[in-house]
Design a protein around this ligand. Structure first.
Ligand SMILES: [Zn+2]
Length: 339
C-alpha cells in the first residue's frame, strides 16, 4: 500500500484515527510503521497527553499505550502556592511508601519590620524540616553579616518556632499550568486529514489540498499548520458543533460541503475542536450517485466503543426530528452548519 503521509509503498500498520489513548476505535491501515511511530510520540501525544485531556482520561479511566490510565493524583503534583497566602510555596508529591499525597511548605525567608521598628528576618519552614532550623538560622545570619548564635540562643530560637507552628489541614494549593497548543493543532488536523482520506476515497491522495495538509502535519515545525485553512479551538462554544450537546465521553466528526470546498469538523471530547478545509474541489468527490454517502457523520463513545456512522444528512434529519422540526420545513439545512 501507499502510505498516506510519506507516499512510499510500504506495509501498512494499524493507525488509530483518533488516538487510542483517548478511546479512538476507528482505524486505518494506510499509514506505514515509520510514520505511525513518529506521529505517535509527538503529534498524537500532544493531543492525548496535554494536561486537559490527561485529566479527562484520568477521570474516565482511559488507558494509554502503557495500558494504565493516567493517575488522578499526578495532576495535583508539583510546586504550587498556598491559596490563603500565595507568598508561600508548597510542594505536593505522592509518597509511594505511604500511598498518599503529602505536602511540604518550601523554606521561605523575608525581611519584616518588628513592632519596635527594628528590622528582622522571618523564616517560614515546614514543621517536617524543623530539624534544619539551626542550620537555616545560622546561614541567614551569616548571609546578612550578623554573628552566629550561641548554642543556647539557637535552642531558644528553635523553641520559639515550636510555639509558632500553624497547622493547615487539607491546604488548598494553587497550580499554574501551561501547555503548548502547537502540536495539538497538528493532531487535530491530522484526524481531519485521515477522515478525509477515509470518506472521500483513494483519489484524495492526489488532491493539492491533501498535499498541503500532509506537508504541514509531517513538518517538525510547530508553526507549520498556521497557514492552513483550518480553525482549531476549545470545543466549548465551537460554532460548527452547535447542534450537538457537549458530551464528555464522545468524539464527533462530520464532513461539510460548501460551494468552494469540503471541510471536516472534528471534536475531541468536550475539549478540543477543529474545522479543516480538506479540499477546494468538491465536485471531484460529489458528482457521482454515491455523493451523499461520502459526506459522513461519526460519533464515537470513548468508553463503550459504540459508533454511530451515517451520512451527515441522515444525522441532520435525526437532529431535526429530535428538536421537533420535520425535514420538509428545512429549518435545519446544511447551510446552517457553515462556519
Ligand atoms: Zn509513511
Amino acid at each position: 500500500m501507499k502510505c498516506i503521509f510519506c507516499l512510499k509503498e510500504r506495509p501498512g500498520t494499524e493507525e488509530h484515527i483518533f488516538p487510542r489513548a483517548i478511546g479512538g476505535k476507528l482505524t486505518t491501515n494506510r499509514v506505514c510503521k515509520s510514520c505511525n511511530s513518529s506521529f505517535g510520540s509527538k503529534v498524537d501525544a500532544a493531543l492525548s497527553d496535554n494536561f486537559l485531556v490527561r485529566g479527562h482520561r484520568a477521570r474516565l479511566r482511559l488507558a494509554g499505550n502503557s495500558g494504565e490510565p493516567p493517575a488522578m493524583h499526578e495532576l495535583l503534583l508539583g510546586v504550587g502556592r498556598l491559596a490563603e497566602n500565595p507568598s508561600i510555596r508548597v510542594e505536593v508529591r505522592f509518597d509511594e511508601c505511604e500511598q498518599k499525597i503529602v505536602t511540604r511548605t518550601l523554606h521561605h525567608a523575608s525581611d519584616v519590620i518588628m513592632p519596635d521598628g527594628s528590622k528582622a528576618r522571618k523564616v517560614v519552614v515546614d514543621e517536617k524540616d524543623a530539624g534544619d532550623l539551626p542550620k537555616i538560622i545560622q546561614r541567614e545570619r551569616k548571609r546578612h553579616g550578623v554573628p552566629p548564635l550561641s548554642v543556647e540562643a539557637l535552642e531558644a530560637e528553635v523553641s520559639r518556632f515550636r510555639d509558632n507552628v500553624t497547622v493547615i489541614n487539607n491546604p488548598k494549593v494553587l497550580f499554574e499550568r501551561s501547555y503548548s497548543f502547537a502540536f495539538v493543532r497538528h493532531a487535530m488536523i491530522k484526524i481531519a486529514y485521515e477522515l478525509a482520506f477515509l470518506w472521500l476515497g483513494e483519489d484524495y491522495i492526489n488532491d493539492p489540498s491533501a498535499a498541503e495538509l500532509r506537508d504541514a502535519i509531517c513538518s517538525a515545525d510547530p508553526n507549520s499548520t498556521d497557514k492552513l485553512p483550518a480553525y482549531v479551538a476549545d470545543a466549548e462554544g465551537f460554532e460548527a458543533f452547535k447542534w450537538w450537546p457537549s458530551n464528555e465521553t464522545e468524539h464527533l466528526a462530520y464532513a461539510f460541503a460548501g460551494d468552494d470546498g469540503i471541510a471536516i469538523a472534528v471534536r475531541v471530547f468536550n475539549i478540543h475542536a477543529a474545522f479543516v478545509w480538506v479540499t477546494k474541489e468538491p465536485t471531484r468527490y460529489l458528482s457521482g450517485r454515491d455523493a451523499g454517502q461520502r459526506l459522513r457523520f461519526l460519533c464515537m463513545d470513548a468508553i463503550t466503543g459504540q459508533k454511530r456512522d451515517a451520512p451527515v444528512m441522515d444525522e441532520l434529519a435525526r437532529i431535526a426530528a429530535a428538536i421537533g422540526v420535520s425535514r420538509n420545513n428545512e429549518i435545519v439545512k446544511s447551510d446552517d452548519l457553515s462556519y
